[in-house]
Design a protein around this ligand. Sequence first.
Ligand code: GLP
Length: 257
Amino acid sequence: MWGVPLMTSPAFRVFDSPAAAVRELAFEVSQLIRSRAAAGRQAVLGLATGNTPLLFYRELIRLHREEGLSFTNVTSFNLDEYLGLPRDHAETYWTFMHRNLLDHIDLPAAQVNLPCGTLPDGEINAHCAAYEERIRQAGGLDFQVLGIGRTGHIGFNEPGSPKDSRTRRIQLDAMTRQDAAAAFGGLEQVPTHALTMGCGTILEARRIVLLAWGEHKAPIIREALRGPVTDQVSASFLQEHPNAAFYLDRGAAGALD
Ligand code: GLP
């Protein structure tokens, strides 16, 4: 019998520039939001932080200001948050999201969800379970945007994170903390733990787009797309997702065939 592939790899697309990639991504997301609005329904977006999605958020803000895109029918869930920083610390993801997106669009505050990084240890498990429950009650994630860390993590799912992991507390990898050290003004200022959606939480999204720019991401992009599916590189789980894509610039795609 002629072969049906046993496993389909996620599509990857190589763009001339990050700006070209995020225009395409923002268009796709805006179509989802508008079609849901026309049907009187919510669009449920999973959002990421880091330098990578900044241009994407800028494009969403432009669509809101110049092309009338409204976010009033959007519910958002962020992937992760550092543990142990006050909410308004300059490096929390709460601050990042407000500064770079939420303060500039009309997404109602009651529809914005971020894991809370200020809880005492005893309340964390219940908070993570409630976060999962809110995603379920919203109908699941329609569209998840991802970046990728040098350890291959999506969200903060560091090496060893099982494919079926759920929202939980995680210890940050040494490489991840090193990468954050400059922003925090020194390694010792970087939190040691975070809350993150699990790989299982992320993989249940109906559509996933992972963004990566620059040559420094090329080795881990190659591992994620071409290497074995392994919990040592949580982005490799996307190989088994039916509707995931990698949007890359030429630098990030530089180690692919
Ligand atoms: C952090 C975030 C990830 C992000 C990664 C890469 O670890 N938790 O969600 O993908 O950084 O960041 P950057 O986009 O700045 O390279």
